[in-house]
Design a protein around this ligand. Structure first.
Ligand code: CP
Ligand code: NVA
Length: 308
């Protein structure tokens, strides 16, 4: 049966650990210049309704490096933009492609697409989840810290799609996650409550960024206005005042703490230029790792499903 990756909780802990292990091996082999082309003859479709640099380019490069091809489909230029039903598009594209990445607004769109699709569907970001980014971020943490067990990870800023995926990851993998979000910008209630119920670790939503940063191993943030929220930008700039990762916040974390951001960043808003360019920042390693982790995801979804 085909498997989709629409949210982190579509994966078991065993599957996530296997993705990390394969990412490590694939990254090493790529750095040593060893060709590996298990996806010859396979085609990945990329349906994007929002802008992207990392997700699009890393998936395209991943497919080419693995021997496959990609077709980029902007919904605006396809019949989807003229209202062809998702359930029809999903069934038609299943006849041409071997897997599809979708970046869109409502999460219900990828859910519906996956229900009708006969090929694996990968969420390349919705308003509710960004699983490929958080898998990558966890892999980056393992590279930098050796393991995620027992870590305190802080999320400072918006309770957005990234925060929701972090919450699911904390619940499944068992690290401690402290989120500091302004009132009215907390993560999705249903995702949070379910994760807290299932988790053996601490997942807490706080108000004060200092409490989240205190003794943290990882400081993490994202833009204050996500794609689709451009009209709220001015209000959000005011509401998120005090939720910036800057040198004072960084001082509260452990001495060897790392700073993460999925990018693109708005320097001077959610993070200062100084911290982003500082020695504790790992943002460009994170960006690179999208390539390696997504290769592992493609390998697992397209050719090598993990034994339970
Ligand atoms: N982090 C991330 O998903 O970046 P893009 O929007 O450039 O794909
Ligand atoms: N939360 C951001 C992430 C961008 C990669 C957004 O949805 O725009």
């Amino acid at each position: 049966m085909k498997k989709d990756l629409l949210k982190i909780s579509d994966l078991t802990r065993h599957e996530i650990d296997e993705i990390f292990e394969r990412s490590r091996i694939l990254k090493g082999n790529h750095k040593r210049g060893m060709p590996y082309k298990p996806l010859i003859g396979k085609t990945l479709g990329l349906i994007f309704e929002k802008a992207s640099t990392r997700t699009r380019v890393s998936f395209e490069a991943a497919m080419y490096q693995l021997g496959g091809n990609t077709i980029f489909i902007s919904s605006r230029d396809s019949q989807m933009g003229r209202g062809e039903p998702i359930k029809d598009t999903a069934r038609v594209l299943s006849r041409y492609l071997d897997a599809v990445v979708i970046r869109t607004f409502g999460h219900d769109i990828v859910d519906e697409f996956a229900r009708y699709s006969e090929i694996p569907v990968i969420n390349g970001l919705t308003d509710l989840h960004h699983p490929c980014q958080v898998l990558t971020d966890m892999f980056t943490i393992i590279e930098k810290k050796g393991d995620y067990k027992g870590l305190k990870i802080a999320w400072i800023g918006d309770g957005n799609n990234m925060a929701n995926s972090w919450i699911e990851a904390a619940s499944i993998l068992g690290f401690n996650l402290f989120l500091a979000c302004p009132k009215g910008y907390e993560p999705d209630k249903k995702i949070l409550e379910h994760a807290q119920k299932e988790a053996k670790s601490e997942i807490k939503v706080l108000k004060d960024p200092k409490d989240a940063a205190d003794g943290a191993d990882v400081l993490n943030t994202d833009v204050w206005a996500s794609m689709g929220q451009e009209d709220e930008r001015e209000k959000r700039l005011k509401d998120f005042k005090g939720y910036q990762i800057n040198k004072d916040v960084l001082k509260l974390a452990k001495k060897d703490a790392i700073v993460m951001h999925c990018l693109p960043a708005h320097r001077g808003e959610e993070i200062t230029d100084e911290v982003m360019e500082g020695s504790q920042s790992v943002v460009f390693d994170q960006a690179e790792n999208r390539l390696h982790v997504q290769k592992a995801v493609l390998e697992i979804l397209l050719i090598n499903p993990i034994e339970k």
